[in-house]
Unconditional design. Sequence first.
Length: 310
Amino acid sequence: MQYFLRSMIGIALVLLLPVISQATIVDRIVAVVNGEIITQVEFEEYLKLYGRFNAGDEQDLETAENDKLRRRVMDQMINELLVVQEADRFEMQVSDADVEAYIQRYKKDKQLSDSEFLEELQQQGIDPQEFKSQITRDIKKNRVINSMIRQKVVVTEDELREFYEKHKDRFKKPRQVHLRLLVVKDRKLLVRLRQAIVNDSLSFAQAARKHSTGPGAEQGGDMGVLNWKDLGSGWKEVLSGLEEKEVSEIFDLRGQYAILYPETITQGGTASFEQVKDSLRETVYSQKLNTRFQEYISGLRDKAVLDIKL
């Protein structure tokens, strides 16, 4: 969700504050949100970070899409500030323990020791208290999102079934076969190898690793999982009627001799509702969550006093 991207950008902005403070850009007010200002320097740095987090958008900063992108980024900054203002209005409290837990997760994600973490802040010229202030702000925003949006999003069984029926094409599975291939130049050798495999005195993988001159020999002739439709007509004919873990008859292959071994066979078709129900829940929930977020932000903007000077 876009909100979580903004949280990432928020932390990143802290790391750039020393750079911003030394910038020679003439600062000016580009927006006022319920009396709180957004400056030109803040906006330009947020814009750069947005481009880094969104593949392709960084290039758009120098294209005809520049104005649209700048307005989109400004809208995101305003939305974020509105959420923070809501957190302050609800007087949401963040304890030192909450901040410390957040910092511990941050260090764990970046695999930093306590000393390395402090060194990183020092190298960036960041005051630890300043870093904690940004974390406090992000925790507040997350709590607003949790209380006003996530807790109000419920996905029903009927909604899942409706989505499934409307998007059945998404759940079509192709007919597939996980194949192994053994190729040799000597037909008599292959006859003996095939018989040994059929008699279970030798595994197909062992035979392929030792004797095959075909692809995947080192992996026991493993060709991976292949779509049935992508197989040549000759291979389809050889495999026709074979069950899983049965050895095919010998066939000619580019002047050599080969046998096939289907590890698994998936017949394909459309996955049932029950098979995809759990993944569907995540998809539908995310869609409803995003819709609810947009509605919530729209409501905040409708009530806000905005003066955009960009």
